[in-house]
Structure formats: C-alpha cells, structure tokens
Ligand binder design. Structure first.
Ligand SMILES: *Cc1c(COP(=O)(O)O)cnc(C)c1O
Length: 403
C-alpha cells in the first residue's frame, strides 16, 4: 500500500459502520466502578430504550461484551439442547455461518438450500412445519437481512407459516444488519429471540452483542442443556436485576449506546427507515445506470442497508475493491463465499447521508473506469443525484417498499 489512509473518507462496508463524532465523544469516558451504586442509573434506562428499537414490550434485553456472533451463540445455547432439531434456510454467508454454529453445538440442523439472492422461503417453511406433526422442530432460524447478498426477508411471512400449522417452534431472527436501519417488529412478528450488535445500525464500535428475548424463549432457558457459562442468560438477568453485570461490562459501549439511542429516537425510527430507504434507492438507481445487476432477485427483497452488485463477466470484483482502497482510500465490501470475485457490496447504513453516498458512488466510478469497466464517469452519480433531488423534499416510496 502506498498511501496512509487519511481517516476522513467514509467507509462503505456493511459494518462496522461510520461512527459519528457525537458517538465517539460519548464513548470517551474515564473508567468507573461498575459495582458503584450509580451504574444501574446508566444501564437500566439503556436496556429500557433498546426495547423501543426492537418494538417489544415483554421479555428481556440482554447484552454481552461480544460481536454479533456471540449473540448467535448465546441465543442457541440458552434455549436449546444438543440433538434438538432446528429448521433454517441457507441463502448467503451469514445464514451459512449461523448454521455452522448450530452444527458445532450438536444441534440437528435441517437446512433448506436456496439460491443466493433469494430470501427466507416462507412457503417451504410452511410445508415443512405442517408435516412435523410430532413437533420435533424446536426452532426456526431466519436471517432478516442477509448481508452477503443484500436481501431482506419477510419475517411476518415466516410467522404466518408457523401459525398456519399451529407450530410451537421458537422463531429466532438475526437482525444484526437491519435493526435500527430497517423496520423490525419483535412483538408484531412474534419473534422469540432476536440477535443484533453495536457496530451496524447503532453506529458504534464492535463489541456489544444485543439480544432481545421473548417470555416464551426465557422459559426455554431452564431446560436448555447446551453448555454455556460466559453467555448464560440467567447470570446476566440476575445481575441486571440489581443494576449490575456478572463481570466487567463494556462501559464505553454502554455510554455509546445511550447516545446512539438518543440520536435514533430523536430522528424518529420511521424517519431513520425512510432515510435508509432513500439512500439505498439512490444507490440502486446508480447500479441500474451502470448497467449492472443486484444479487437480490426482486424489488421486495432489496435491502436498504447493503447492496451486493455483480460485476460484468470477465472482471474480478476483488481487484476492484482492492483498487478502490489503495488508489482512493475507500473501502467497499468484498463478495463473500461463492460471490468472491463476482460481486462487491456497498454498505449504506448507520451514519450515512445522501452526500456521503454520492461520494462513494463517485469513487466507485473512478475505480471502475481505471480498470476499464464499461461505465462512463458520472452516470451512476447522476442517476442518484436525480433521485435524491426529487425524493428529498417529500420522501416517496419507489421500487422497493417501506416495511
Ligand atoms: C455483521 C453480521 C453478524 C455478526 O457478525 P460479527 O462480526 O460477529 O459482529 C451476523 N449476522 C449478520 C447478518 C451480520 O451482518
């Protein structure tokens, strides 16, 4: 690498996301005693306000010093036992990694294979659940926003599939790259366990797994036999009740989360979702102007937090992202798994504005031009500019949908 990153350019990866100065300042705190009586005055209102982002009333919010993967592990080990059957669809790298984690914990994982670019197959779930008359399936696992493919799945449809056969399986949802950026409805969708993290929609550093647990999932905690210690919900809940943590808490991130919640709730969740939709739609207009295609198969699957974009035949997406990084000091997401070399990703979530998105599109155009892609400078930028000009004053829904 010939240049030192100047640290000023936004990053366009789907997590960790750009950290607003206000949040960096909020996390710049001196150590304080987590056993002091005032720790609960910090923690408890944070846990209460996180509920608003999940749109949940009952149950519990549980946080761990971990990345999102730790949240997955906590969700599985606290509610299931080795040998339990779980039903899950594989349609990208993140759903794949969750499957792998379940297998390593000795669960009996039944996988529905899907094409990458598709979402959770609610109809196939419905058929399989209806045929499970003995109720052997203990949980259905769904990745709300598959970050590898830029696909958002319809969680309400999966709930309908469960209800149609009156199936009692728990519904687990990975909302790591959707929560706080796209609409998520814990209660309305009947989600039992939702996993998120600090470094995406919350715009913070990595290091806090944030898990929302329904009362039904909490009752599975007592009989679950998967081994856990660090991630035991029971220890965390007992400590939280008296305002503490079972071990040393990630104090800076708790302060950061306080400020992040203040920012999200002041903007208004519905406005946050609208902003993400608008920015994403501009990016999609640019992709169309480049004559390129999204991995997501249909508009109702389009993610408003990340777009995965196929490069033309004969081009290597990894060289493109490498070049953008070394020549223009801008990071874009690489293609993951089977999309390596074939697609790149633009993360457009968290602390993101129309102007930031335009700078990313402009930088990407330069990188593509340098590598002889068949695009003309300004084509995608102009398409996004037109969209942003017209959609800014009165936000309107075009193409995808505001779910
Ligand atoms: C980022 C992400 C995760 C968690 O990854 P970590 O690196 O462990 O934080 C899980 N699922 C999805 C869909 C993600 O985008």
């Amino acid at each position: 690498r010939t240049l030192l990153m100047n640290g000023q350019n936004p990053i366009f990866i789907p997590g960790p996301t750009n950290i607003p100065d206000r949040l960096r300042a909020a996390m710049n705190v001196q150590s304080s005693d987590h056993r002091a009586p005032d720790f609960k005055d910090l923690l408890q209102p944070v846990l209460r306000d996180v509920r608003k982002v999940f749109k949940m009333k009952g149950g519990e919010i549980i946080t761990f010093p971990a990345s999102g993967t730790g949240g997955w592990e906590a969700s599985i080990t606290n509610t299931l036992s080795p040998g339990d059957k779980v039903l899950v669809a594989r349609y990208g790298m993140f759903s794949h990694r969750w499957i792998d984690l379940c297998q390593r914990h000795g669960l009996d994982v039944e996988v529905l294979e899907c094409e990458w670019g598709e979402g959770a197959p609610a109809d196939r779930f419905a058929d399989r659940l209806a045929s499970d008359e003995a109720g052997l399936i203990k949980a259905v696992l769904v990745t709300h926003n598959e970050t590898a493919t830029g696909v958002r799945s319809d969680i309400a449809a999966v709930r309908t599939a469960l209800d149609a056969s009156d199936h009692q399986a728990l519904l687990f949802v990975d909302c790591v790259s959707s929560l706080g950026s796209m609409d998520f409805r814990m209660d309305e969708w009947g989600v039992d366990l939702a996993v998120s993290g600090s470094q995406k929609g919350f715009m913070l550093n990595t290091g806090m797994a944030i898990v929302a647990v329904s009362d039904k999932a909490l009752s599975a905690m007592e009989t679950a036999r998967c081994a856990r210690c660090f991630f035991d919900f029971r220890d965390m809940l007992a400590a939280n009740q008296v305002g503490g943590y079972p071990y040393t808490p990630p104090l800076q991130l708790i302060h950061g989360l306080r400020e992040s919640l203040d920012m999200l709730l002041a903007e208004g969740l519905e406005n946050v979702f609208q902003r993400h939709f608008r920015i994403a739609e501009g990016v999609r207009q640019a992709v169309a102007a480049w004559g390129m295609t999204l991995c997501a198969r249909a508009p109702e699957l389009y993610s408003d937090t990340v777009s995965a974009i196929y490069v033309p035949e004969g081009f290597d997406s990894n060289s493109l992202t490498d070049h953008a990084f070394s020549r223009y000091e801008v990071s874009f997401g690489v293609g993951l798994g089977e999309m390596s070399g074939k697609a790149f990703r633009i993360g457009h979530l968290g602390s993101m504005s129309e102007v930031m998105a335009l700078s990313g599109l402009a930088a990407m155009e330069m990188a593509m031009k340098d590598l002889d892609y068949p695009v003309s400078l300004g084509s995608g930028v102009a398409a996004a500019q037109e969209y942003y000009r017209q959609s800014g004053a009165a936000p309107q829904i075009a193409g995808g949908q505001a779910r």
